[in-house]
Write a new protein. Structure first.
Length: 344
């Protein structure tokens, strides 16, 4: 096996044999990064001659699939967008352009992996090779909070946590608006993350603390120490933050957009709220009804939910079954996967 990864992300791959890594220089979605990735891929194909290639993200999928289509013998191609670009909250013409590209490239793909039932249903409905689509939901390894990190949380308050980019998709602007309307309550929001590109950071209310990006090794401590994690996303192909919270015994308060409703059992592992940009009453109503003891109970239920459906073992078994089937040249429509909980 060989792993093509951005050079600045190799330090995140703990426990991986360095001889398996083929790093390439990536500074963003630009021509220089595209050329670096293409050259590294060509080198891997020449030296390693894989029978199966698994492409992650629309960037890798758009660049590599045309190259692989002309490879002889052509390896089997697995593609996972990790969130369809044509489902983003963007102008309709852009959605159609992205959809056209994905439908065309699906023709030279053997298996299309969708990270949620929601993504799978939307892709099939829009003509992305339904007979090639399978669902393998994202997963994470067990949490590892140190228990020794000094956290800023106030035990006398309900401590809420946001983790992610401060951009339109993640809805941090909506959360800031909602927090400004509950300043009379013993709530405090801690936001880990920052703006994307050169956007200005949001103006926080007195009950909000902006922490910036923190070392990844500290995140489990923050997840475990918070009373709840809030995800006011406008769209989500999956919602990895939700299961990172649940693996740390923490309840999740999330919008009912995208795949989030299939991750959270409303009223048991957290709360779902209607997201309306002109009326935040759904989120505010939940914030006003929060109870510290009840959130702790939900956090324990969330952990059990994670253990049942979202461990790395569940995901890896499905992926290994796909790899083995394609190595033996089995057709995608004949795959019989043991998949995680449905979206129903």
């Amino acid at each position: 096996m060989r792993l093509l990864v951005p050079a600045n992300q190799t330090h995140d791959l703990h426990g991986v044999d360095p001889s398996m890594l083929m790093p390439f220089e990536r500074s963003g979605r630009n021509v220089r990064s595209l050329i670096s990735f293409s050259l590294t891929l060509a080198d891997a194909l020449r030296r390693f001659q894989p029978t199966v290639v698994h492409l992650h993200s629309s960037f890798a999928g758009a660049v590599a699939r045309p190259l692989l289509a002309f490879q002889r013998p052509r390896p089997s191609i697995i593609y996972c967008a990790h969130g369809w670009s044509f489902l983003m909250d963007i102008p309709g013409w852009k959605q159609q352009v992205y959809l056209g590209i994905e439908r065309a490239l699906a023709r030279c793909t053997d298996v299309v992996v969708n990270i949620s039932r929601y993504e799978d249903q939307q892709a099939k409905a829009r003509g992305v090779s339904a007979h090639k689509c399978v669902v393998v939901r994202n997963a994470v390894s067990p949490g590892a909070p140190s228990g020794t990190l000094e956290l800023p949380f106030d035990p006398a308050k309900i401590n809420l946590l946001f983790v992610g980019r401060f951009d339109r998709q993640k809805g941090v602007d909506l959360l800031m608006r909602a927090m400004s309307q509950v300043q009379d309550l013993p709530l405090h929001l801690y936001a880990i993350g920052d703006c994307f590109h050169d956007d200005d950071p949001p103006e926080p209310a007195p009950n909000v603390s902006l922490l910036g990006w923190l070392p990844r090794g500290t995140l489990d401590d923050y997840y475990a120490g918070a009373d709840a994690v809030v995800m006011p996303s406008r769209w989500e192909g999956f919602g990895l933050v939700a299961i990172e919270a649940m693996r740390n015994h923490t309840a999740v308060l999330a919008s009912n957009r995208g795949a989030l409703p299939e991750l959270i059992v409303d009223g048991e592992t957290g709360h779902l709220f209607e997201l309306d940009e002109s009326d935040l009453s759904g989120l505010i109503r939940i914030l006003r009804g929060l109870d510290k003891a009840n959130l702790q109970q939900m956090g324990e239920a969330a952990y059990q939910h994670y253990q049942t459906f979202f461990t790395a073992d569940v995901m890896n078994r499905s992926l290994l079954e796909i790899y083995a089937a394609l190595h033996e040249r089995q057709l995608a429509q004949d795959l019989r996967l043991t998949l995680s909980r449905s979206n129903s």
